[in-house]
Design a protein around this ligand. Structure first.
Ligand SMILES: [Zn+2]
Length: 247
């Protein structure tokens, strides 16, 4: 069984609220929905995993189009995983769609198809928040972060979703989760934005701006982790050389 996976964005994530407090009314509030299946195989019911299956009507149309291009349909999706227990990530299909019988990721025989997909707690935004990660067909480590990383602008500004009323502990947890994801990922799939490559420029920017983040002084481990990743990126070392699963 392949240890690499193909992947596609079924629904592009969006968030009207911006880190500066402005609201882009042309955007929908919808999560990023990701489909994963083993490299070299067509997506079928026995080998597909869909992450954060909460569709808006427009987002579902986009998903149908993408599935069509892959030669698949919603009925071909076997397993689902929800990154965290917020309503905008839980399973939701348009009423006109007969509900396919998805199986929860946790209960499928992971050893057969999904053994090489890792899961890691990334709390802060929600205590249940988990990130799934896998190697794609280009050898890149992809981390599907849910709302541990809302989007590029939120990440770059060390902003968090303040309408949820987070306190210092959750905010510090959020920074630690971000540092962990940035330190391991080649590509981050945010909860409400397009996939984001982890580059020298991005990590350098995060390091330079972290002192302005709320409660930054309470977690000096965050810039230390980012500095290590920056050193690895500059030297061309893959993060997994420095930290193997289970290590
Ligand atoms: Zn969300």
């Amino acid at each position: 069984m392949s240890s690499q996976f193909s992947w596609a964005i079924l629904q592009s994530g969006q968030l009207p609220l911006q880190p500066d407090g402005s609201v882009r009314t042309e955007l929908e509030h919808r999560c990023t929905t990701t489909l994963i299946w083993p490299a070299g195989a067509p997506p079928q019911a026995n080998n597909t995993l869909m992450i954060d299956p909460c569709f808006t009507s427009a987002g579902y149309l986009q998903a149908v189009q993408t599935l069509d291009q892959l030669g698949a349909s919603i009925e071909d999706i076997g397993a689902v995983f929800v990154t965290h227990l917020h309503a905008d990530h839980l399973l939701r299909l348009p009423e006109s769609v007969p509900s396919p019988r998805f199986r929860p990721f946790r209960t499928v025989a992971r050893g057969e198809v999904f053994a090489a997909i890792g899961a890691e707690a990334s709390p802060g935004h929600h205590p249940s928040q988990e990130t799934l990660h896998f190697e794609d067909t280009e050898g890149k480590r992809v981390w599907v972060a849910g709302d541990a990383v809302l989007g590029a602008a939120w990440l770059r500004e060390w902003a968090y979703f303040w309408p949820n009323g987070y306190g210092p502990l959750q905010i510090v947890e959020t920074w630690r989760s971000i540092a962990r994801i940035v330190s391991q990922a080649d590509v981050i799939v945010p909860g409400h934005d397009a996939p984001l490559p982890v580059t020298v420029e991005l990590v350098q920017h995060l390091l330079e701006t972290f002192p302005q983040a709320n409660y930054a002084s309470r977690c000096p481990d965050v810039p230390a982790t980012l500095q290590t990743r920056l050193d690895h990126l500059r030297s061309g070392r893959a993060p997994r050389d420095a930290h193997r699963p289970g290590g």
